[in-house]
Ligand binder design. Sequence first.
Ligand code: UD1
Length: 363
Amino acid sequence: MSVVGARPNFVKIAPLIKRFSERDIDHILIHTGQHYDYDMSRVFFSDLDIPEPDMNLGVGSGTHAVQTGRIMAALEKVLLAQQPDLTMVVGDVNSTIAAALASVKLGIPVAHVEAGYRSFDMHMPEEINRVLVDRISQLLFAPTENAVLNLMNEGTKRESVHFVGNIMIEALLSHKEQADQSSVLSDLSLEEKDYCLATVHRPQNVDDPTRLTSILEAFSQSPLPVIFPAHPRTKEAITRFGLNSLLDSSITIITPLGYLDFIRLLSSAACVLTDSGGIQEEALILQVPCVTLRETTERVETIAAGANRLCSPQRDHILTSLEKALQSTGVFEIPLFWDERVSTRIVDVIEQREFAIPSYSMI
Ligand code: UD1
């Protein structure tokens, strides 16, 4: 059984579902309903050819405890009825931790795809989710060598960890041609490499009016126009803090984009400004310089490759980082196993393994 709930989960599960079906592995897909708007959920299923979920738990939004608790309570009933041999979770969102916890407490083993990423910043809800999910999972599929090291440093048993590569990148590479057909560039009257793309949605950036003001001021002073597909939380915050007047003609705010349109827009951007995790990696593969509006990142390979720079969300710092990013030249080196065989490696491991939850000291 795979459990997904939020936008980045849908991207990560797509290649795995193809592999499960190729190998005739019985599989049930559960959508928790964490994301429910058409442009946060449905469009990803159609763009990525993901089959209709077998069930949608419809939990919706809420505080962290409410959302996580609702998912656990609803999923427990499904797990008891379906008795899967393995629960598969991806990424680091609330649906990921809720599904892992509900499963392992019923004695159902958990496989975590994208295990071992660490920002070492426990203020991030995703970091809490990552650490806890890895601690209670029996199969840990790591995207990078560094993620393997993080797990080893935490005392994880070597046999539980499999270095398989980056599943998000497999999704990207296998949909790149389709994305190239998107008309989004002409729809928005944009020219290749003549604009910056921006996404901002982390609570640290958008729930703080000072930070959000700094970010929007920097966007409006950017040397290139900024295309800004805004998360519903961000749009709501801009209105709540009375910041609509900062959205001048150099910022084009649009609704969140589907997967293919977003990849098309990213691949043709001169630079991307973001506080997302996955976009830092997609930018590296597409050879687009990235400015990450955060003080830490769990995606350290993107920094090492010279494709990404961290930046505290203050106006002048953002503008300096943007200027440097726009000047960057050269080809960014792609980390090992960020390729089209990640889901194959994962399913190979799953097919070869016996699943059982080992005793506590063995995990
Ligand atoms: C979640 C993930 C984050 C991920 C992001 C991707 C957690 C802790 N965070 O954050 O890691 O980067 O998804 O998009 O799981 N909302 C809508 N429509 C929707 C979904 C949400 O309007 O379909 C609004 C609601 O006001 C909601 C808010 O967005 O309260 C936050 O949604 P939520 O799923 O709780 O967290 P995200 O900020 O989307």
